[in-house]
Design a binder for this molecule. Structure first.
Ligand SMILES: *[C@@H]1O[C@H](CO)[C@@H](O)[C@H](O)[C@H]1NC(C)=O
Ligand SMILES: *[C@@H]1O[C@H](CO)[C@@H](O)[C@H](O)[C@H]1NC(C)=O
Length: 577
C-alpha cells in the first residue's frame, strides 16, 4: 500500500515536471566565427553543448552585422521587413529608434514569452545605438529582469556601461566586461531558479570575441583586439588563422571592392594572427560561463527541462580574400555561424545538415514555449528531435537569403599601408545560398552587388569561393547539373528576385511564388527544361538602380510585389493576391 502511494507521488511529481514548459537559455556571442575554427578552442562548450546536443552546420545569419542580425533574431523578421539595416544612423536616425518606431518593441520575442507565462531575463548587448542617452526612451519591453550594455561603451571591454532594469546606467572602470556579464547572467539564473512556478528564458549576450573599442585622451575612438581575462592572456601562443586556400591568396578573389584588395604583407598577417589569438582567449570566459550555467541548472535539477541555444550574431573573416578583420560580407566565413542546441529530445553529439537561419530562431523558441507561431514570421522553426530532423532533410527549404546595406568596416585596428581605408562604401548587396541537403547535388552562393556585379560560386567544387563563375574573365562550365549554365543562373536569379523583398511564408516557400500550382519545391524541380523560357526570357532580373546605404526601394530595381513577377502561365502577382 505504502509502495503504491509512493509510486503515485513520484508519478505525480514526474508529470508535473513533464507538464511544465521548458526553460530556455540563449547564449549569443558577438562576431564568433565557425570557419576560423573558434569552436575548437572552447572545450567546456564542446563537453556540455556540442557533445550533448545537435550542431547545425548550415546555420546562417541573414544580415552579417550585429544590430540588424539581432533584430532579426528577436523578431523573426528579415531586415528588409524591419528596416533595421545598419548599426549607425546613415539617415540621421538611430536604429534603435527605428525598432521602436516600427512597433517592434511591443512585438518581439520577450513580450510573447511573457504573455505565455515566462519569466524573461537578458544581459549584455541588445542592439547598437541603444545608448546612455536613449536607454529609457522607451525601455525595451518584455523583460522581467535586464542588464544591458549601452553604447557608446558597448565594446569597451575595460570601461563598459550597463543599465539594469529601470535604474540609471552605471559606468564600470577596470573590470573586464566579460567578468561582469558572467556575474550578471548567473545572478539572473539564480533569480529565475528561485521562482519554481514559472518557466524562464534567459538571453546572455557577451561581446566576446568582438573587437575592443577604446577612447584615447583626445576623445577619439579606436578599434583593437578584444581583451581577454588576465588568466587567459597567454593561452594558444602558436595559434594562427587557418591558412585555407582563400587566406591572403596570391590572386585576387571575391567581387566589388573585395576584388581590388592588395595582398597583405607579412607584418599585417602577423598582426592579424595576434588579433586572432586574442579572440580565442577572450572566448575562454564564455566557455567558463557556459560551464557555470550548466552546473547551476544541474544543481537545481532543471537541466533536463532546459534548452540551451548557442550561436553568434554573425560570422567573421580575417585575411580571407585578403580582407582585414571584419564581417559584413556575404562570404561563407561571415554568414555561416555556429548553432548548437541542447535540450529534451535533441539528439546528442549529432551534426545536422539542414539549412537554417537566424530568422528561424524566434519561431523555434515560440514552438518550444508552446506558443502558436505568428503569420508574420519570415522563417520556420528549426527541426529539433531526431524524427523532425530526418523529415526536414526531405521537406525543409534549402535556401537562405542574405542582404546588406551600407558600409563595411575593418575592425582589427591594424595600421594600414598603401592607402587602404578602414571604411568601405557601397557594401550593399543581395545574395543567397542554396544547398541540396538530400543528395548533395548542388551547393551555390549567388550574389548581386549594388554596382550590379554578379558572383556565383559552385561550392561543391569551390568551397573557398575562389572562382567567381560570373566574373567577366571567368570560363564557366557549359553545363551544371546537366542543364546549360545560363539556365541554372536564371533560376538562381529568380529565386533571389523573390527573396530580396519576400514577406512571411513566401520567404520560406519562395518557389510557390514562382509556381503557384505547387509543382516546384526546390531548385532541382525548377530546373526542368519546360520552364526555361519563363526563367530565361520572361522573368525580370535582379538589378540595382544605384547604391544606397539603406533600404531605399527605388534604388533596388524591379520589385516582386509590384512590378516584377510574371508567372509561367502569364498571370501576374496581383492576380494571385
Ligand atoms: C558608390 O555608389 C554610388 C551610387 O551608385 C556611386 O555614385 C559612387 O561612385 C560609388 N562610390 C564608390 C566609392 O564606389
Ligand atoms: C527605411 O528607413 C529609412 C530611414 O528612416 C527610410 O528613408 C526608408 O524609406 C525606409 N524604407 C522603407 C522601405 O520603409
Amino acid at each position: 500500500m505504502r509502495l503504491t502511494a509512493s509510486i503515485l507521488a513520484t508519478w505525480l511529481q514526474l508529470s508535473a515536471v513533464l507538464a511544465k514548459k521548458p526553460n530556455i537559455v540563449f547564449v549569443l556571442t558577438d562576431d564568433q566565427d565557425l570557419h576560423l575554427q573558434s569552436m575548437d578552442y572552447v572545450p567546456l562548450i564542446k563537453k556540455h553543448l556540442t557533445d550533448k546536443g545537435t550542431s547545425y552546420k548550415r546555420h546562417y545569419c541573414t544580415t552579417s552585422q550585429c544590430c540588424p542580425s539581432r533584430v532579426t533574431l528577436w523578431t523573426g523578421k528579415l531586415a528588409h521587413n524591419t528596416n533595421v539595416t545598419d548599426v549607425l544612423p546613415p539617415w540621421g536616425k538611430l536604429m534603435f529608434l527605428i525598432f521602436v518606431d516600427q512597433g517592434l518593441n511591443e512585438n518581439w520575442l520577450p513580450v510573447w514569452l511573457q504573455e505565455a507565462g515566462y519569466d524573461t531575463y537578458y544581459t549584455g548587448k541588445l542592439f547598437n545605438s541603444h545608448s546612455v542617452d536613449n536607454y529609457d526612451k522607451p525601455f525595451p519591453a518584455g523583460w522581467t529582469g535586464s542588464d544591458f550594455l549601452l553604447d557608446p561603451f558597448t565594446y569597451a571591454y575595460m570601461t563598459p556601461w550597463y543599465q539594469r532594469n529601470r535604474e540609471p546606467p552605471v559606468a564600470y572602470d577596470g573590470i573586464n566586461t566579460q567578468t561582469l556579464i558572467s556575474e550578471k547572467a548567473l545572478g539572473f539564473l539564480d533569480d529565475a531558479i528561485s521562482n519554481p512556478d514559472k518557466p524562464f528564458f534567459i538571453g546572455i549576450a557577451p561581446i566576446a570575441p568582438h573587437s575592443n573599442m577604446y577612447i584615447d585622451e583626445n576623445d577619439v575612438r579606436h578599434w583593437g583586439p578584444p581583451i581577454p581575462l588576465d588568466k587567459h592572456a597567454h593561452l594558444f601562443p602558436d595559434a594562427q588563422v587557418p591558412r585555407t586556400p582563400n587566406f591572403n591568396p596570391d590572386v585576387e578573389s571575391g567581387g566589388s571592392w573585395v576584388r581590388g584588395l592588395r595582398k597583405q604583407d607579412d607584418d599585417v598577417v602577423e598582426y592579424n594572427d595576434h588579433y586572432y589569438r586574442e579572440r580565442l582567449r577572450s572566448l575562454q570566459s564564455v566557455d567558463e560561463l557556459v560551464d557555470d550555467v550548466i552546473k547551476r541548472l544541474e544543481a537545481a535539477k532543471l537541466l533536463d527541462n532546459t534548452y540551451i541555444i548557442y550561436t553568434s550574431d554573425n560570422g567573421f573573416h580575417i585575411g580571407q580574400h585578403r580582407m582585414q578583420p571584419g564581417k559584413m560580407c556575404g562570404y561563407e566565413e561571415d554568414i555561416n555561424v555556429p548553432l548548437i542546441i541542447r535540450g529534451p529530445g535533441v539528439p546528442k553529439g549529432e551534426v545536422s545538415n539542414v539549412v537554417t537561419a537566424h530568422v528561424d530562431l524566434a519561431p523555434t523558441i515560440m514552438q518550444l514555449a508552446g506558443i502558436p507561431l505568428r503569420d508574420d514570421f519570415d522563417g520556420a522553426a528549426i527541426p529539433l528531435t531526431k524524427p523532425e530532423q530526418k523529415k526536414a532533410v526531405n521537406k525543409r527549404q534549402e535556401h537562405v537569403t542574405v542582404e546588406f546595406w551600407g558600409m563595411a568596416y575593418m575592425e582589427g585596428g591594424v595600421v594600414f599601408r598603401g592607402g587602404e581605408t578602414d571604411v568601405v562604401l557601397n557594401n550593399t548587396y543581395k545574395s543567397l545560398r542554396v544547398i541540396d541537403v538530400k543528395k548533395n547535388d548542388y551547393n551555390f552562393y549567388y550574389s548581386i552587388w549594388c554596382n550590379n556585379e554578379h558572383e556565383l560560386y559552385d561550392m561543391k567544387t569551390d568551397p573557398y569561393q575562389m572562382t567567381n563563375l560570373l566574373h567577366p574573365t571567368a570560363k564557366p562550365p557549359k553545363t551544371i547539373l546537366g542543364r546549360p549554365f545560363e539556365a541554372v543562373v536564371a533560376r538562381l536569379d529568380a529565386l533571389l528576385f523573390v527573396l530580396k523583398s519576400c514577406k512571411q511564408k513566401t520567404c520560406v516557400e519562395p518557389w510557390r511564388a514562382l509556381h503557384p500550382a505547387g509543382n516546384v519545391d526546390n531548385l532541382k524541380d525548377a530546373l526542368n527544361q519546360r520552364f526555361d523560357d519563363f526563367y530565361i526570357k520572361q522573368q525580370k532580373k535582379v538589378r540595382f538602380e544605384r547604391c544606397e546605404a539603406g533600404l531605399i526601394i527605388d534604388a533596388e530595381g524591379p520589385q516582386f510585389e509590384t512590378d516584377g513577377l510574371l508567372y509561367r502561365d502569364g498571370s501576374s502577382w496581383s492576380e494571385w493576391t
